[in-house]
Write a protein that binds this ligand. Structure first.
Ligand SMILES: *Cc1c(COP(=O)(O)O)cnc(C)c1O
Length: 422
């Protein structure tokens, strides 16, 4: 795509196929927002069809914690590809056993077993089934603004009516309480409750950080009622928040832990739910096949998972997330101080940071300005006022400075535009 005429023809042909064969409404939205075609990805950088380079500050909503195309993970997957790719299902898989062992070793003791699947929503589905089967109860407590996935079960617990309403009636028995309010949750967690499902930080909900001790109080309420605590770390897991897992900020341990996004090292899709021996006994003792997943725990995906955790540990990325997260947070706070009438809030933990605007519609303009300056971000699915920053944990300080400068300029230019219109 050297010459811009042919780059544009290429771009139009891709949009046309999206329009004709994938989703014309989505195609229109993406084209309107000015999204190009992704052609190449390396480390923290993305290239589009015009050869333009972008700093990836979204990181696939947490998928690319190791950056794009991490060489260690690629090698592990390539080597595995020359042996066995997908499981024949009749034999044991060495890789699955090794990854499960590794996961048990890096999580608190009560979490012993792993069930492997391919995505976040599948991990949540499994967790909900395990909670119901092992407690014999029906009621599920979730939170407003939460995101747990879009398949029927997970969607039933996703706290956004916009996604749920068209598909109702969904799974019965789910109630929603405000996020960050332990008393409201405790009132709903009773002797009919199978579980409470909660994100350590709400991601799609707009990077909502709960007050300190929130998870402790939820843990206590669940214990009192004999209900299970599911912590959904599909997005917050593996160092995103500056600790290996988000629940460590409160020093609690869930009964069921859902994982996905970054577990595959940005190379393979993989999801996982971890749980206690007691839960596994109740779910699987009578029927070892009570829950299954054809592609789950494939040798390829588990090779990626093992390599990803190895890189995370060897490169000290959890600590890096904590330290560079502070740099990003402070940088964006200084932008807020410059534009107090436009930026309402800056918050986050580790390299999971949100910038909230004081009014609607600004986000869209600022995102466009940022793209122009070579910085890729997005707003939260459940909360368009919030810009999300979830860059790879391998990001350099200079790149964070570059992103913060771009945010400053983009908001400045948007502010000028707004005052010219006013
Ligand atoms: C992304 C996400 C999911 C859903 O994962 P998919 O792989 O898209 O199904 C579930 N929970 C949380 C917290 C997420 O961020």
């Amino acid at each position: 795509m050297e010459e811009s005429g042919s780059a544009d023809a290429y771009y139009q042909s891709v949009i046309q196929r999206y329009n004709d064969f994938i989703n014309p409404y989505l195609a229109r939205l993406m084209a309107f927002a000015g999204f190009g075609v992704e052609m190449k990805a390396e480390g923290c950088w993305l290239w589009d069809h015009e050869g333009r380079k972008y700093l990836d500050c979204l990181g696939g909503y947490g998928v690319f914690s190791l950056g794009h195309r991490n060489p260690v993970v690629i090698k592990a997957v390539k080597d595995q590809l020359d042996e066995i790719a997908l499981s024949a299902k009749t034999f044991f898989s060495d890789n699955a056993s090794l990854l499960a062992e590794k996961l048990a070793s890096i999580t608190p003791d009560p979490l012993q077993y792993s069930f492997f699947c391919n995505s976040g929503t599948e991990a949540v589905e499994a967790a909900l089934k395990f909670a119901k089967a092992s407690t014999g109860r029906l009621k599920i407590v979730s939170t407003e603004g939460s995101f747990h996935g879009k398949t029927i079960g997970s969607l039933s617990t996703t706290g956004r009516p916009k996604y749920r309403t068209p598909f109702e009636p969904l799974m019965p028995g789910v109630v929603f309480v405000p996020y960050g309010d332990p008393a409201a949750a405790a009132r709903e967690i009773d002797s009919s409750t199978a579980c409470m499902i909660i994100e350590a930080i709400q991601g799609e909900g707009g990077i909502q950080v709960p007050p300190p001790g929130y998870l402790v109080e939820l843990r206590r309420a669940c214990d009192r009622a004999g209900a299970l605590l599911i912590i959904d770390e599909v997005q917050t897991g593996f160092g995103r928040t500056g600790k290996l897992f988000g629940f460590e900020h409160d020093g609690v341990c869930p009964d069921l832990l859902t994982l996905a996004k970054s577990l595959g090292g940005g190379i393979m899709p993989i999801g996982c739910v971890m749980g206690t021996a007691e839960i596994w006994q109740k779910v699987f003792e009578v029927n070892p096949m009570a829950h299954t997943c054809t592609f789950g725990g494939s040798p390829l995906a588990c090779a990626a998972g093992l390599a990803a955790i190895e890189v995370l540990e060897k490169e000290g990325l959890v600590e890096r997330s904590r330290i560079l997260g502070e740099v990003l947070l402070e940088g964006l706070k200084s932008v807020k101080a410059q534009f107090p009438e436009i930026v309402a809030d800056v918050r986050g933990r580790g390299l999971m940071v949100g910038l909230e605007f004081a009014m609607d519609e600004v986000g869209e303009l600022v995102v466009a300005q940022l793209m122009k300056r070579g910085v890729c971000v997005a707003y939260a699915l459940n909360n368009p006022r919030v810009l999300r920053f979830e860059p790879p944990l391998i990001i350099e300080k200079e790149s964070i400075d570059f992103a913060v400068k771009a945010v400053e300029e983009s908001i400045g230019e948007t502010a000028e535009l707004l005052s010219a219109l006013a």
